[in-house]
Design a protein around this ligand. Structure first.
Ligand code: ADP
Ligand code: MG
Length: 246
């Protein structure tokens, strides 16, 4: 597949934090509409990998192409790429001093220059979608973790992204709130958005992933369809990891 047809293409990406070689020749091609789950031990470079995709981290070698645009260090290019990539973090990262509604309206009005009225309509539409429209006037700290994460997802959707990146979106949640967030993510996945999700929720991976990737020590060690990945892991490292988490 040429990188033009790919929604995400990483070619021989290498990154160092000082002397520490954190990403080692990462090659990853993701098609439009594909759902990819990334798992692996803590510190293996999962967050760094997806943070490179929207330039939250710089990389020193290799190429990244997002929906036909090569990611280079240029303000306009980075802005263009970020307008197509939504990111959901472990700790929600909502603005605490803004209401739920204003969290959703901020980027569309300031960055994308949408009229406020239109931005509010879009925001309310997505708040309905994540079943939280009745909380629009509240502040983030008045909501549960599961509710805050659904707000964070709705906030991403307001920019109508091509790609959604999730970095362990449920790992800071109390267990009883995990499924309300996963349900929203499953719905999104079924609508055809391109999705890359770092998670250890293997039920989610089995249900929605086209491909599961295992990273260890800054490298992609193994990738496969979920069934093969879980039932017939090829490497000892993946087998060991699965034994630990399943
Ligand atoms: P994961 O998400 O798989 O747990 P990360 O991508 O967060 O892994 O981190 C990979 C490695 O890089 C870890 O060893 C981590 O300590 C290190 N690291 C992450 N961010 C930084 C940073 N800003 N400076 C130095 N080292 C970092
Ligand atoms: Mg991480």
């Amino acid at each position: 597949m040429s990188s033009q047809q790919a929604m995400i293409s990483m070619e021989n990406v290498n990154k160092w934090y000082g002397d520490f070689h954190v990403l080692k020749d990462v090659n990853l091609t993701i098609k439009k509409g594909e759902k990819v789950v990334i798992c692996g031990p803590s510190g293996s470079g999962k967050s760094t990998t997806i943070r490179c995709l929207n330039h939250l981290e710089k990389f020193q070698q290799g190429n990244i192409v997002i929906n036909g645009t090569e990611l280079i260090e240029d303000v306009k290019v980075v802005r263009h790429i970020r307008s197509q990539v939504g990111m959901v973090f472990q700790h929600f990262n909502l603005f605490p001093h803004l209401t739920v509604l204003d969290n959703l309206v901020l980027a569309p009005t300031w960055v994308h220059k949408k009229p406020r009225k239109e931005a509010i309509e879009t925001a309310m539409y997505y708040l309905e979608r994540v079943k939280i429209a009745n909380q629009a006037k509240k502040y983030p700290n008045q909501l549960s973790g599961g509710q805050q994460q659904r707000v964070a997802i709705a906030r991403c959707l307001c920019i109508n992204p091509e790609i959604m990146l999730f970095d362990e979106p449920t790992s800071a949640l109390d267990p009883e709130m995990v499924s309300e967030v996963l349900d929203v993510m499953i719905e999104l996945a079924n609508e055809g958005i391109t999705m890359v999700c770092v998670t250890h929720e293997m039920g989610f991976a089995k249900k929605v992933a086209d491909r599961v990737i295992f990273m260890d020590q800054g490298q992609i060690i193994e990738e496969n369809d979920p069934e093969t990945f879980f039932e017939q892991p090829e490497s000892d490292r993946l087998q060991l990891f699965l034994d630990q988490i399943l």
